[in-house]
Design a protein. Sequence first.
Length: 536
Amino acid sequence: MAAPDTPRTDDWWRDAVIYQVYPRSFADGDGDGTGDLMGVRARLPYLAELGVDALWFTPWYLSPMVDGGYDVADYRAVDPAFGTLAEAEKLIAEAREAGIGVIVDIVPNHVSDQHAWFREALKAGPGSPERARFHFRPGRGENGELPPNDWPSQFSGNTWTRVPDGEWYLHLFTPEQPDLNWSHPEVRREHEDVLRFWFERGVAGVRIDSAALLTKDPDLRDFVEGTDPHPYIDQDEIHDIYRSWRALADEYGGVFVGEVWLPDSERFARYLRPDELHTAFNFNFLSCPWDADRLRRTIDDTLAEHAPVGAPATWVLCNHDVTRTATRYGRADTGFDFATKRFGTPTDLALGTRRARAAALLTLALPGSVYLYQGEELGLPEADVPLDRIQDPMHFRSGGTDPGRDGCRVPLPWEAEAETGSYGFGAGDEPWLPQPEDWAPYAVDRQTADPGSMLALYREALLLRRSEPGFGDGPMSWLPAPEGVLAFDRGHGLLCVVNLSEEPAVLPPHGRLLLASGPLDSEGLLPRDTAVWLRA
Ligand code: NOJ
């Protein structure tokens, strides 16, 4: 298995910086407008130079792409838009040679409606063993014309769809993503097989999609607001699945990261017990507004909830589902909430970018591992995707009020002056989502040439983070600081200070300034929305 060469611990994942690749939008090797594995392979030197330890790939499997590949038709095949299985194997091997582990994304809650199992289930009819792998039910009402229960969707809209023979099937997401029945032994066996399939191909880890949703109330009883347990979120039985997955991963030395959105920290930590998942995404941190008190509380809560189970924290600012950091931090409301996403929310990009730079240093200095979503190292803003080009089902299912998630999924700009119309994303002119016309300054080549760029900041920060023993997993302690300033000590003489107040802040006594997200003022004070790393 690929264990990237990190200096501080044998458990590389406890301090890793993991770069999230959204393959459709990273680099287009064959010029058809869609990013692919050939494109990633060609850009591996870029990722190695950036200094990341591992790559998490959102699903690259065969898929009709109704939900960006989270509708998987075959977990053992690579979608032709992305390449071939042989190419994925090469990519895993080449990344490993560059000291970079590969994490694949497994989607166990649902499959595509084009998956062989679901097609068989539709054909086989009510009461068949094929239907037992899903949640098929007769409807309610006199003629079965009403859905079997009232469960709310994760994507707004209905959670049940009726098939021509009159039965309904459950889908927490789109109708093209039928939910699997996790109390069925074949469903469990199949996924363990799929895990083995990818571990045997040398992947270092697996990201688990919708990890808290797999098991459902056996009677599929109605959802009653405020009652415990929820009929499909975080059911106790789910832990049994992860215990057997952990035993399997341990055979290969592979690690898990769970997509666990749970506000209750004690319930969240249960997924991270020593015989379950290694890590889970920190969505409380991702959703937290740019506010010193709120951030400090979130950091403290995170560390407190991870400590009893001995799991390292993860720090996440952005991913393919949420608003780009530079845009979010420039808004009046700097937190993130799916429910309040609207078109045309004003933002001050200069302010947001300044804060995103400071947030990069904050995040990379905290104890644990860090997830870096592609394009964040370029400071990309959320793009305004024209209405007629939007593809995300979240937009359509909201009745058009939610702009959806395409704005953070726009193909990366690589070359400011590329001959083609896609800033060097690929040889074609038309990427699958249009890039804004003013993205030349964000291009990798421009930023490489500019020591003040976001890319230069990330490169330097990652380099230091690798070489300084104070970073990564380990203790941290808060230092006294003025209102609105976060200052902490990571041991080994390493300090981090972030000024979120309006006033310039005096730096604590120190020897050397290692890195700053922006210049100090003429009096040597730390300006607002700026962060520094100091050697004590
Ligand atoms: C979470 C993924 O991150 C998101 O993109 C997807 O739409 C849902 N799970 C459903 O698989």
